[in-house]
Design a protein around this ligand. Structure first.
Ligand code: HEM
Length: 90
């Protein structure tokens, strides 16, 4: 998977709700894409596999991207999200 490709996929598909790693749909619930939030709230913890799972299947108000993005593109956007969170780039 490719972090640079993931950055572009994020801009096109995720930034409407998660610009800057935030969560504008559920700000009160603090389910952002930052390290602390992913460790605390993301089912399976802060791993690429957990991000792939939520992106593929969706959750509550987050749409499923399985079938809309290729598995390769989902893996790339997951690499990007984990890199951003791990190194506090948001
Ligand atoms: C949650 C990634 C697109 C709305 C999350 C989480 C991740 C994520 C990693 C877990 C956050 C946490 O538990 O702290 C992405 C990626 C996207 C994307 C990579 C693009 C491929 C969107 C879009 C929307 C959205 C377009 C709005 C229409 C939400 C909501 C949650 C969430 C509401 C909280 C779900 C819950 O726990 O109930 N997203 N997201 N996401 N996302 Fe997205």
């Amino acid at each position: 998977s490719d972090i640079l490709a993931g950055a572009k996929i994020f801009t096109s598909n995720c930034a409407s709700c998660h610009a800057g790693g935030q969560n504008i749909i559920m700000p009160a619930r603090k389910k952002t894409l930052k390290k602390e939030a992913l460790s605390q709230y993301l089912s399976g913890g802060m791993t690429e596999g957990s991000v792939i799972h939520i992106v593929t299947n969706g959750k509550s108000a987050m749409p499923a991207f399985g079938g809309r993005l290729s598995d390769e593109d989902i893996a790339s956007v997951a690499s990007y999200v984990i890199d951003q969170a791990t190194f506090d780039k948001w």
